[in-house]
Design a protein around this ligand. Structure first.
Ligand SMILES: [Zn+2]
Length: 121
């Protein structure tokens, strides 16, 4: 399984993020972090990095980039999305473990399962 990072249709953002990740996790063979349009696929097992580390790199990328002030990183299992979140007045649920905001209970339950997977001993 690989981690997929979607930039929600923003190819330029994906390109910048791809070069940032490629230098961050270097020396990595190019095919372990690949870019296709607005999507970056990271072969994280081969690179020996966990989802947490990917998440941290994405957060740092967004935080260190003044153009991305209104962007945030959302996570669904092995899929990360970087984009402008939906308006907050629709958000009614939040994850007590990490503060993730969900608009539907189903969405929250799917999200919480990702924690379950991480904490099984
Ligand atoms: Zn959570």
């Amino acid at each position: 399984m690989a981690v997929v990072v979607s930039c929600a249709g923003d190819n330029e953002l994906a390109m910048n993020l791809h070069s940032s990740l490629a230098s961050k996790f270097s020396p990595a063979p190019a095919d372990l972090i690949s870019l296709k349009e607005d999507e970056i696929t990271i072969q994280n097992k081969e690179l020996g990095i966990k989802n947490d580390a990917v998440r941290k790199s994405l957060d740092e990328f967004v935080e260190s980039n003044p153009d991305l002030v209104s962007y945030s990183v959302t996570e669904f299992g092995d899929i990360f999305t970087i984009g402008v979140p939906q308006s907050l007045d629709k958000v009614i649920l939040s994850c007590e473990m990490c503060g993730y905001l969900a608009r539907h209970e189903d969405e929250l339950n799917i999200h919480k399962r990702t924690h379950g997977l991480l904490f099984i001993p």
